[in-house]
Design a protein around this ligand. Structure first.
Ligand code: BG6
Length: 475
């Protein structure tokens, strides 16, 4: 990356900036992946000097290049809903341009709670920050906006409307960092660069697909954000939808921004929505015991800290193949996996000695230890013929000696270079909200109870029943 840029983080004192953005920027800097000239400007309510802003990241200060990196950190105090902070930001950015003797690319990253998005967009427009220094020539600016993108179809549509009034589509980066995960990108390569999988990637061979997003951690200090949002909106509407799309999509017409985004959008559009009346049968809503006592949580909260669903994808390839997805907090283990479970038929040849219950399963693993496992049936050692399921695996760590690039590093590099392939398009988001919204209606109509589950378990028993009634189980 050669071109200088200014990266303005709205919500710079928040969790996302602290835990993801600044560490990713630091790593890119220490790996020499940033240009010589770049400016990171934090924008937040707190009155901080530049030094105090840098000091917020004190746990990184021992890192060898932190001192040099910190020279690129700037700060602007401002309230999101008052113009003075934005006006001061205009001046600050103008000074940078003067210093550089050119209009340099401005990137605005909205890392605030989503209720601030509309207000910030409004001020970016009225102060002309959105237009960049060549006022009127918007090519010098980009906007990155974090999920959740709205909270239902209507709010997502409204947000999109405002965004499109202020920026052109080519300037908009709707972030879902799961698209930046190595394994998610690798699924495309795995499926379409290895010709042996395409012929079996269909309902003739696949029994079902299951996706698990299990986190040991709870809501941490995010009660204010999480309560009323829940797992369905926080991760299923976005991260899990993208995981599902990578499995269900057809081959993109080209490995280009629109080719890949078209294929993803079509996959999400093909999900058969669960009608509100069928929610009780197909969706399990859970909450861990003790959630209501968490800080900033309503003591009568019905917010889902766990959700499991069963649905179908209406494409010739996947017609009749159930997809099961579950996501939860305070679970037994950290595990994010997508498994394609192939139909298990015990060949006549082995009927007498018996086949293992588990047959061929292909698993893409994001957590822990990103990689891929294929289960195959093998003969156990010894004189007797006996069959067992065994694992063949690949991990990034073993194969390449690295865990790969962090998802936020990838997201940032793509924003800096203007590559939108791994960012959401509004049609993908509209389809996933349509699916999620019907479940929310079902919940509003009281179609299912909120099942309690113990911390450290794998969620409510009802989620096991969801599979058991189809004669299947979570892996
Ligand atoms: C975020 C969600 O988008 O993704 C969090 O808001 C979740 O609730 C996180 O914990 C998981 O991301 P990762 O990269 O740690 O798996």
């Amino acid at each position: 990356m050669q071109s200088p840029f200014v990266f303005v983080i709205f919500g710079a004192t928040g969790d996302l900036a602290h835990n993801k953005l600044i560490p990713a920027l630091y790593t890119l800097f220490s790996n020499k992946q940033l240009p010589e000239e770049f400016y990171i400007v934090g924008f937040s309510r707190r009155p901080l000097t530049q030094e105090e802003f840098a000091d917020l990241f004190e746990e990184y200060r021992h890192k060898s290049e932190w001192k040099d990196f910190a020279k690129h950190l700037y700060y602007q105090q401002g309230n999101f809903d008052e113009s003075w902070g934005y006006e001061a930001l205009v001046e600050k950015l103008q000074k940078i341009d003067e210093q550089m003797g050119a209009c340099i690319t401005r990137i605005f990253y909205l890392a605030t709670p989503p209720e601030n998005y509309q207000t910030i967009l409004h001020y970016l427009q009225t102060t002309k920050l959105s237009e960049g220094c060549g006022q009127g020539s918007s090519k010098w600016t980009r906007i990155a906006i974090e999920k959740p993108f709205g909270k239902d179809v209507e709010t997502a549509r409204n947000l999109d409307k405002t965004l499109s009034e202020v920026f052109e589509e080519r300037q908009i980066f709707r972030v879902d960092h799961y698209l930046g995960k190595e394994t998610v990108q690798n699924i495309l390569v795995f499926r379409f660069a290895n010709s042996i999988f395409e012929p079996i990637w269909n309902n003739e061979y696949i029994d079902h697909v299951q996706i698990t997003f299990a986190e040991k951690k709870g809501i941490e200090k995010r009660g204010k954000f999480f309560d009323g949002v829940g797992m369905l909106r926080d991760v299923m509407q976005n991260h899990l939808m993208q995981l599902m799309a990578s499995i269900a999509m057809e081959m993109p017409t080209s490995f280009s921004k629109e080719g890949v985004r078209d294929a993803r959008a079509k996959a999400i559009q093909s999900i058969v929505c669960i009608e509100p009346d069928a929610v009780g049968e197909n969706v399990v809503r859970g909450q861990y015991e003790g959630y209501k006592d968490e800080k900033d949580v309503d003591p009568d909260s019905e917010t889902d800290t766990y959700v499991a669903t069963k649905f179908f994808v209406n494409t010739p390839r996947f017609a009749g193949v159930p997809f099961y997805m579950r996501a939860g907090k305070e679970l037994e283990e950290n595990k994010v996996e997508m498994s394609i479970v192939f139909k298990q038929t015990c060949h006549l040849l082995f009927k007498e000695i018996g086949c293992p219950e588990e047959g061929n399963i292909l698993t893409f693993r994001i957590q822990p230890n990103e990689g891929i496992t294929i289960k195959t049936i093998a003969k156990t050692p010894g004189s007797k013929l006996n069959l067992e399921t065994v694992n063949m695996h690949f991990t990034y760590d073993e194969q390449f000696g690295t865990k790969g690039i962090d998802a936020y590093e990838k997201v940032l590099v793509d924003i800096f270079t203007g590559d939108q392939m791994l960012f959401n398009r509004s049609d993908e988001l509209a389809s996933s909200w349509t699916f999620i919204e019907k479940i929310l209606y079902g919940w509003e109509k009281g179609m299912t109870e909120v099942f309690q589950y113990k911390k450290g378990s794998m969620g409510p028993e009802a989620a096991d029943q969801l599979m058991a009634k189809d004669g299947r189980k979570w892996l």
